[in-house]
Design a protein around this ligand. Structure first.
Ligand code: FAD
Length: 492
């Protein structure tokens, strides 16, 4: 059935956290799988632009996909993260009723949580809440101990790299421009190849549409017209690590019935920063990748941040960013529709549409469901040589005990040279990021893999050193152009 070339058992369009989770899941089986991604690396869509929270499942209507998959996805994450060396912290979360008006909403969250099987929930009065988060305001809180934080792009990269190590092909910088099903029932996908400016044709028996904000456009290419994506932007501030320790858990307000998001909240990141956000504002459908941040929204975020964490000073805000939710409900309706996860009337075409929050949490559970759908079209035999653990160190050098650091630096002197002073990233870690198994060659890819360029100085110290490494050790001849270089492949 397969010609050993560009014909696959399964092809996934979109290398976000969901597409990469599906790829890794299918890489356990003896079929050929490929991922097609328009960007030069994985995880550059919504998957690197969110709160990075593993939700417990209290926010979703019982009986929905979002409810079931967030609870099961959350429970699967410890094993996934341990295999892939991705940090996960079970911080827990407090959803807080600030006054009597919030109580019915909080009660609803509690009842939903019970119906969805969320483990360990507790209702806490203010005194009990303050034992978890000193100084917190509010009259009643819902404590969910399974809520957790994770690096969303770290997880996406780890899933993709492990899938690659298990034989999945990645076509990066390849934008799908048309799809048809030929008379033999095989999908033919045409891509625009950003590296060669040419075209590629990739064929497959099963096709998974995991294209996030463009999933409706992919479906339309095969005449599946149901469902339109309405982008809804969420803006954030990132706060300096100086404040690490001020926030011990995640603090969320009670969401209103038609809120398109979960309300502006304070969350920790696994790297010790605090995020304030996200806002929720619909933007026009033809600007779905417009990731601007806007002065009026940032003003509101500052005000909310000050209210929730009064010790915040002007110099604590280090940068801002935004992410766009792929909503299936238009602005006049608001709220949230359920995930669409189905095999369409075009046999073999699997549609993952409207995977907004909690898509990050649900990714491994969605992947297991997609595996079941693919299995209707071909036999999936488990590989004997599947390697669940990702190759490499899988821990940050900065987090190791001194004895281990000394040993590693003796064995490999590149561990003894710090390239990024803000984040304590060594030359060896930057080198590993450049030499990643996906062959992704961008500054942003180095940043997401190593954390170099992410600290307080925002690359002022380390960027010249990284550019020197690229020139001297890898033969890169390009010039750094701010805002442009990260969009280009770095030819090695
Ligand atoms: C503000 C915000 C906060 C959120 N917070 C959370 C949270 O705390 N917890 C949680 O669980 N979830 C959260 N989410 C939701 C979560 O981020 C998403 O559900 C998840 O990232 C979706 O992943 P994905 O793989 O479906 O989509 P994406 O990450 O968008 O991936 C889709 C990929 O398809 C590619 N693509 C598109 N068109 C083409 C084409 N023509 N050819 C090839 N490739 C193409 C894109 O480049 C992209 O890489 C949040 C979302 C937002 C916006």
């Amino acid at each position: 059935m397969f010609d050993g070339g560009r014909t696959y058992g399964a092809v996934i369009i979109g290398a976000g956290v969901v597409g990469c989770a599906v790829a890794r899941e299918l890489s356990r089986y003896d079929i050929k799988t490929a991922v097609i991604e328009k960007e030069p690396d994985v995880g550059w869509g919504t998957s690197c632009r969110n709160s990075g929270v593993l939700h417990s499942g209290i926010n979703y209507r019982p009986g929905t996909r979002r409810a079931a998959l967030s609870v099961s996805g959350n429970a699967m994450m410890d094993a996934v993260c341990s295999d892939l060396g991705v940090s996960l912290r079970r911080t827990g979360k407090l959803t807080i009723a600030l006054d009597e008006n919030d109580l019915p909403g909080l009660e609803k969250q509690y009842e939903q949580g019970k119906a969805n099987g969320v483990p360990g929930m507790e209702l806490l009065d203010n005194e009990a809440m303050r034992r978890i988060q000193p100084g917190v305001e509010g009259i009643l809180g819902l404590w969910t101990p399974t809520s957790a934080i994770i690096s969303p792009y770290g997880l996406t990269i780890a899933l993709a790299e492990n899938a690659r190590e298990n034989g999945v092909d990645f076509y990066l910088s390849n934008e799908v421009t048309s799809i048809r099903k030929n008379s033999s029932g095989v999908f033919e996908i045409i891509t625009r190849d950003g590296a060669t400016n040419g075209q590629n044709t990739v064929k497959t028996i099963a096709l998974v549409n995991s294209a996030g904000l463009y999933s409706d456009a992919m479906s339309r290419m095969l005449g599946v017209d149901e469902g339109v994506i309405y982008p809804c932007r969420g803006e954030y501030f990132i706060l300096d690590r100086r404040l690490e320790g001020e926030l011990r858990t995640l603090l969320y307000p009670v969401p209103g019935p038609n809120d398109p998001g979960l309300g502006i909240h304070l969350t920790l990141t696994v790297d010790g920063n605090i995020l304030i956000g996200p806002s929720a504002d619909y933007i026009p459908g033809d600007r779905r990748e417009d990731y601007s941040t806007t002065a009026p929204v940032l003003y509101v975020l500052r005000r909310e941040g000050q209210r929730l964490l009064p010790s915040l000073g002007a110099s604590d805000y280090i940068r801002n960013f935004s992410g766009n939710r792929p909503k299936q409900t238009p602005p006049e309706i608001g709220g949230n529709a359920d995930f669409t996860i189905e095999e369409t009337r075009v046999s073999g075409f699997i549609r993952l549409q409207g995977i907004e929050s909690p898509g990050l949490t649900s990714a491994p559970a969605i992947a297991a469901e997609v595996r079941g759908m693919v299995a209707r079209h071909m036999e999936l035999r488990e590989k004997e040589n599947f390697v669940p653990r990702r190759a490499g160190l899988n821990r940050r050098f900065a987090d190791m005990p001194n004895g281990e650091k000394i040993e590693l630096s003796r064995a490999c002197p590149d561990y003894g040279e710090i390239i990024c002073r803000c984040e304590n990233v060594t030359k060896k870690e930057v080198r590993d990021a450049i030499e990643n198994p996906l062959g992704a060659r961008t500054l942003k890819g180095i940043k997401y893999r190593s954390r170099a360029m992410m600290g307080r100085c925002q690359s002022g110290f380390c960027l010249p050193r990284i550019m020197r490494m690229l020139r001297e050790d890898y033969g890169y001849r390009g010039k750094y152009v701010p805002g442009l270089t990260e969009r280009l492949d770095i030819p090695l």
